[in-house]
Design a protein around this ligand. Structure first.
Ligand code: GDP
Ligand code: IMO
Ligand code: MG
Length: 427
């Protein structure tokens, strides 16, 4: 049976949590394949709101097996408090599987994330401060501590010792911070090991068997295409590969298992942290979008930067990910606007660009070329079918579909699970 990937098409916070949750009833496994607790995925079920950071959204669907894949970086303390928080609300994480190959976020990663950002000053990336970049840095440098190391106290002690011998030099001598005691870290992490042990598995093998048994596997990305370490707005990106190519590596399943690549696309654009954002609105209109769309970070509480829809970005996301279907979210937020500008291309130093400019220097100077589409006044939050949408809202969706180069198969008209217009089945 097939696997599907669900990937953010912009700079994150497109509504991946809601989209994953919606598919929860139709799939058997939901796998997070990269990122860590920099993510914040919101799900609204009835009057209950859940904010998930490390746990796959499938945790909220009783029949689904939630999996944290090898490509994720795990802060075990955060994971356990998330599990406890859900348990207090009657949701069990008993089924959760955690890849033995996933890497652990260690205390020095969090310390280094914060001091390096401070050191960068105005040039800072605006990270979530969760230790993501330093943890992936150690993974690539082959100095990381993995989930499986929790199963061998001797190895764990050695790895912590080796890592801190170097990192304490950096913390104390470069950044003038206090060093971290290896013994305390070992004790803390051995405590986590006790609780996490029953969940640790060879998740790649589990998923291969599941696919052979005709089960449906949904891979849930964190962040988004433009935050990808290779294909995003480097260096203003995260340190992993949210794009569909990264999904296979991060879950340990082969690319030929993927049959659907679902892009989550917001009807306008937002971004948190620093970096280029051609359609950003720094005026009252931007504030209106922020307030109407509730664009405040789920993880850090920061104001999200807001702007108009950018079709150059969505075309790029279609190409990089091989999007087969789009889930367009937050269309309801645009109700009430007279006209809605959509960026169709950029102008850089007098030259029109239909694609993202090759260099970051040019991208930083890109000015949006807008086309204005007529708006609609009606409240669309109760729409069930495409035909329920006002003609101008239908035309807006059709225009975005045309510009983005992939079919829009579902449309979000509100945060709730049932506030979705399904044009054609996603899985
Ligand atoms: P994620 O990180 O991609 O999962 O997205 P976030 O949860 O960070 O941000 C998306 C926000 O939009 C959340 O507050 C969702 O509840 C909300 N949301 C998702 N889809 C829709 C929609 O179609 N309409 C409205 N009004 N809100 C939505
Ligand atoms: P979800 O999964 C939006 C951004 C940060 C910063 C950059 C690097 O909810 O869409 P990091 O802590 O990853 O090193 O920060 O990436 N960022 C996100 N922005 N949504 C996210 O996740 C994000 N995760 C990281 O704001 O600009
Ligand atoms: Mg989010």
């Amino acid at each position: 049976m097939p696997a599907a990937v669900l990937v953010g098409a912009q700079w994150g916070d497109e509504g991946k949590g809601k989209a994953t949750d919606l598919l929860g009833g139709d799939v058997d496994y939901v796998v997070r394949y990269q990122g860590g607790n920099n993510a914040g995925h919101t799900v609204v079920i009835g009057d209950q709101k859940y904010a998930l950071h490390l746990l796959p959204t499938g945790i909220l669907s009783p029949e689904v097996v939630p999996v944290i894949g090898n490509g994720v970086v795990i802060d075990p303390g955060v994971l356990l408090s998330e599990i406890d928080g859900l348990a207090a609300r009657g949701i069990s994480a008993e089924r959760l599987l955690i890849s033995s190959n996933a890497h652990l976020i260690m205390p020095h990663h969090k310390a280094l994330d914060k001091v390096t950002e401070r050191y960068l000053g105005k040039a800072r990336i605006g990270t979530t401060g969760r230790g993501i970049g330093p943890a992936y840095g150690d993974k690539i440098a082959r100095m990381g501590v993995r989930v499986q190391d929790l199963l061998d106290p001797g190895i764990l002690a050695k790895k912590i010792e080796v890592a801190l011998t170097e990192k304490n030099q950096v913390l104390t001598k470069v950044y003038n911070r206090r060093g971290i005691e290896p013994e305390r870290v070992l004790e803390e992490y051995l405590g986590y090991a006790e609780r996490l042990k029953p969940h640790i598995a060879d998740t790649s093998l589990v998923l291969a068997k599941a696919l052979d048994e005709d089960k449906f596997v949904l891979l849930e990305g964190g962040q988004g295409t433009l935050l990808d370490i290779d294909h995003g707005t480097y260096p203003f990106v995260t340190s992993s590969s949210p794009t569909s190519g990264g999904a296979c590596a991060g879950a340990g399943i082969p690319p030929n298992r993927l049959t659907k690549i679902i892009g989550i696309l917001k009807a306008y654009t937002t971004r948190v942290g620093s970096g280029p954002f051609p359609t950003e609105l720094t005026d009252d209109m931007g504030e209106w979008l922020r307030q109407t769309g509730g664009e405040y970070g789920v993880t850090t509480g920061r104001n999200r930067r807001c702007g108009w829809f950018d079709a150059v970005i969505s075309r790029y996301a279609t190409r990089i990910n091989g999007i087969t279907d789009y889930f367009l979210t937050k269309l309801d937020v645009l109700s009430g606007l007279e006209r809605i500008p959509v960026c169709v291309a950029y102008e850089v130093d007098g030259v029109r660009h239909d694609e993202i400019p090759m260099t970051q220097t040019d991208f930083h100077h890109a000015k949006p070329i807008y086309e204005e589409l007529p708006g609609w006044r009606e409240d669309i939050t109760g729409a069930k079918d495409f035909e329920d949408l006002p003609p101008n809202a239908q035309a807006y969706v059709r225009a975005l579909e045309e510009m983005s180069g992939a079919p829009i198969s579902a449309i979000g008209v509100g945060p709730g699970r049932d506030q979705t217009v399904v044009v054609r089945p996603l899985v």
